[in-house]
Each structure stands twice: as structure tokens, then as C-alpha cells.
Design a protein around this ligand. Sequence first.
Ligand code: IVH
Length: 685
Amino acid sequence: MNNTHPPEQLEKLRKKIRQHNYRYYVLNDPAISDHDYDQLMLELRRIEAENPQWITPDSPTQRAGAAPADQFEKVRHPAPILSLANAFDAADVYAWLERIAKVDQRALAADFVVEPKLDGLTVVLHYRDGVFVQGTTRGDGEVGEDITANLRTIKALPLRIPVERSDDETLTIPDHLVVRGEAFIRIPDFEAFNRQLEADGKKTYVNPRNTAAGALRQLDSSLTAKRPLTLLVYQIVTWEDAQGVLGARQPATQVETIQYLQSLGFPTPESDYYRTLAEAVAAHSHWSERRANLDYEIDGMVIKINNRQLVVDLGVVGKDPRGAIAFKFPAQEVTTQLLEIGVNVGRTGVLTPYAVLDPVEIGGVTVRQATLHNFDYIFEKDIRVGDRVRVKRAGDVIPYIIGPMPAARRGDECPYVPPETCPACSQPVEHLADEVAWYCVNAACPAQLIRNLEHFVSRGAMDIVGMGIKIVEQLVEAGLLNDVADIYTLRSRSLLTLERFADKKAQNLLEAIRVSKQQPLERLLTALGIRGVGEVVAADLAQHYLDLDALAQSTTEQLESIEGIGPNIAEAIVDWFERPSNQRVLSKLRAAGVWPKAESTDGEGEPHARLEGLIFVATGKLSGFTRQEIKKYIQSHGGRVTGSVSGKTDYLVAGEKAGSKLEKAKSLGVRVIDEQELRRLVDDA
Ligand code: IVH
């Protein structure tokens, strides 16, 4: 860093990071690896930690970490945040045009834009001099709630506009720009998020929209940051600059609005231009066909008059602007009878109830089953066998039961009693005190075996290409696989006796299996499917223990001393290694040569080893690091990071609002330092 003009250099670095962020989260076209991106962020955090006076609110480091709020402040919108009138068929849409043409004849000659109607939450974003300064919910359309800290955590939201690009030199922005968009969660992100919750024994969410709504209303934005929210922006609410509220430079049409928002670096929805209303209406069948393949939920499409001035002149009826209409899809919610409640057994032995329904068509698909999430859900909603229930199917999300219709009860409905034994292996089921899930803990349970194998070979785990669910089932059925280690003793002779297994296929599979032996320790740890051990925990364990032998010897206390591992996961790990059936699997893996060792990155070489032998705990809100980053930082200089303060702790790195750990450190006489002092330890040692 050049000391004479540091902020300029700093701004260059920020610009670079913003561009990469934009490419990753908005364009979906990353130009550098995650690792290189992390390095840039680390560098920026380092500079800002050393020079806190240079931190600006639009710095890429300022996305997470505001102190939790007691409540949301109310904010009056600069202009009403309007709603939309609905149309349910083409006739409704033509009737709309007729109605508005009576108010302004020009509507008859209008051209249109069609956009998907995103099923998320409206957000209103304020930019002053190009910097994101405030964001609110819609509220009642007049007054919303200030959720700025939560919105900042959304990576697709630009903290500064324009997001620097080479071709935007001539772009102008007003002093105060307020835009409107929709915050939501993409379906694959929602499902991955739920899978992780399930693996942790936590309650899963019902659908992406509720999850997004809950995330935006968190008083603690660090929780919002953990939800995979994203954003699309489609409207300019107000444009204020020296030329007045209706400055001549603002986009004159919706087509131009979307182009303009895009060139500022906002993520925008697809937006198609149509010369006539008939053409716009015809787009409805196209969108309803695409709906099932989109990775986000939509509940219709929006037809907008393209000319902004005409929209303004047409005015508003109630809360609906005359210049646009929502052309909805037929309801995705129906009612039917709940015939029975079945129970699935997942990979980790989690029992998940599902509804067997009187078959019913929803949006062109016959639905026979729907998820009931977990047993608590059934009791909370008082869902009884025989009830008439409301079922929803939206986009790609698995159909689910919204709730019963108690008014339709006839008296012969039965409250549900969960099974005491596993439906697949008849062994007793278990329940951990503070988790919602019930588990089958029998490692030999056949239902679990298939799920376990599926997980073991999957992409984030051992990544055995070509070993899909069909083949797993076939191999289990043929008795060739009784546990995951059996994969490594498969021979072509036995594969060739199976149906649909020609020589080539068998060779390819064996080759993929052979290659997977080289997977690093963290992959194998993920693959073993220990409850609570996902990719992140597996990487921490691999780094800490370096091989399975050391991990197998670990106690719950030692495990809990690792940052990010709580008592439940620690217990699950110890429990897993204690089971004789798992020990057998491990010795088979070792015999087959599947026994990776991780290399320590602790104390690598002289310059990195300045914290060698020292044990650290971090607590409170840090300004220059995330938790993961400070851990990496300490480890890369040879130190160890543990989760709780004890007599062995050398330093507690305390940020703002440090609580019980700080008290404990003081009472034990552990040295307490801040981030700056930590850096000094590294630099001066
Ligand atoms: S335009 C005055 N465009 O749908 C303009 N709204 O049912 C009104 N929505 O509250 C909004 N996608 O939150 C517009 N492409 C889109 C939209 C969209 C989703 C939401 C919006 C609104 C609701 C009305």
C-alpha cells in the first residue's frame, strides 16, 4: 500500500472486489477463483483494520456485522409503493385495457413490457450519490420498516452504483435514486439451506418465500447473512437531482428503465418488449411453461405499459397503478383428503413424515404425496389422518401441506401417533432433547444404507462419477454393497453378472471408484455422513486432526474446543466412531487404501509461524474479520483457535459487545487483546 495516497489505492482494491462480486452474484460469470477472491477480501480487511478511519459504508467489507437492533424504525416512502391489480385470464387483461382507455385514449396505441411476477418480498432501496444508504420493506405502501442492515448482507445488492465497468463512463445518476425490487431465495439455495438444517437436526423451512420473509425481518443481521437471499430490481420509485424530481435524464420507458438499472449494476428480471397487448397476452403460455424450469418461484407475469409518462398520467385506483396488471397463473393450491401419513428414513436416520393424498391435480401435475416436514409440524397444525387438507405445489418445490380445514371435519379423523420403531428396520427410534427430529439409529437399517451410499458417492463427497441412485439400488439389491466400504472391493466379475452392465460400463465405474481414493480427508469425512458434519465442519476437522486415527481418538471436550463445533455435533462424532459397525467400515476403508491424510497448514515455514504454539479464542463483533477469516488468519500464522476460554487459552481476541467469554477470560487471567493487537503480534513477533 502506497502511504502517500493510500485511500486512492484502497479505492482501486475495492473497485476490483466490487467488479468480481458483480460478476459472481449478478452476471453469474465469475472471473477469478473463490480463493483469489478471498485473498482480495483479506487484503482489504487488513488495510481497513489498520486504518479504520478509511472505512466507508460502501466498502465490500461492510455487508455484515451491524449490531442487533431492538426494533425496526419506520420510514415514510418517498412515493407510494403501489400494488397491482390481478387478471386471471386473457379476457380480464383486455377488460383492463378497455377500462384504462376510458381514462386515457393513448392506452389503445400503447406498447408493453412483460416481466415475471416474482414471488418474493418488495424492497425499496435508497442511493445517495451512488451509495446505498437505506433499504425498507413495503409496509402498508406509505410507510415501511428500515431493514438496511439486513439488505446489506445480500451480495447481489450493489452497495455503490454504478458498479464500475469499463463502458459506463458516461452513465449519470441522480443525487437521490430510489428503486424497487423483489428479494427472494432461489429454489436450489433454499433446498441446500434446508438440507443443512436437517443435517444439523434443526427445523426446516416450509417454502422459499416464508424463509425470505423471515430472513428480512431478523433483528440480528448476522442471521440474515446466513440465509441465501438474492434480489432483482425492476422499477425506479423516485429520481431526484438538481434538475428536479422529473429530471430529463431519467428513462422514458420501462425498456429503458431496465437497461438503465442493468447498466448501474443492478440485477434485473427478464423483461420482454411487445408491440401490442395481444402479443403480451400470448407470452402467458410461454411463462407458465417455463415456470417449472425456473430456479425461482413466480406466481404470474406482469404486463406493464412501456411509456412511463403515460403510466404516470393514467394514475392510480386505490393502491393499484392503472398502467400495469398482474396476469396470474391458476392457483397452485388445492384441497384434498389426507388418506394416510407415511414415514421416510433419511441418510442420517432422520424420520420424515409425508402425506399420502387422494390424488389431485395441481397446475397440470397429479399430486399423490406431499411433505409434512417433521412430526412437530403435524402437531402444531393439528393435522389429522382423514382431514381435508390444503396442498400447495409451486415451481420445483416439493408439494407440501399448508394445513387442515377443521371446518370440513366429520368426526372420524384421527390424531396422528408417530411410530416408536423405524418403518424400514423395526428398531426403536430415538429423539435428542433439543432437536425436532426423530432418528433411527440402527446403522444396518436398509433404508439408511441406500441413502448413505447415495451421499457417499455424491458430488460434494467422494464424487464417484456414474454411480447414480439406480446403480446404488441395483448393487444393494444384488447384495454387493452392505456398507460404503464395499464400494472399494467391487470387482468387474461381479458387476458383469448384473443386468445392463456391459464391459465398458463396469470398467468406467471401477475407474471412477479408483480415482475417488485420492479424494482429500475432508471429502471422506463429509462422505461418511456423520450427523452435523457437512463440508464446512469436515474441513475444520481435517485441518485439526489431519487423519482419521487422530479424530477417532478425540473426546467431546476436545471436539467442542474447536470453533464452530457444539455439544451436539461433538457427541454425534464420538458416538459415530464408537459404533462397532462404523469401526468395521473404517478398517475396510483403510485396507482398501482409502485413508487420506491432510497436510497441516499450521505454522508453515518461518514467516507464517509467529503464533506457533499459541491458543486463541475470538469473541464479540470484530470489525476487520469474519469469524472464518480470523480463524484462517491465526491458523496461517501457526496459532490454534478454540471455541471456549480455558486455563490453556493464551489470548482472547475480543471485539465489540464481547460477553461471557470476556468475563471468563478476565476471571482466569487470560490476556485480552483486540484485532489491532493481534496483527501486531503477527507483525512484530
Ligand atoms: S411492478 C407500480 N414488477 O407483485 C408497480 N411488481 O402483486 C407495481 N412483483 O407488490 C409493481 N414481480 O412486489 C412489479 N416484475 C415485477 C414484479 C412485481 C413481483 C410484486 C410486487 C408487488 C406485487 C403485486
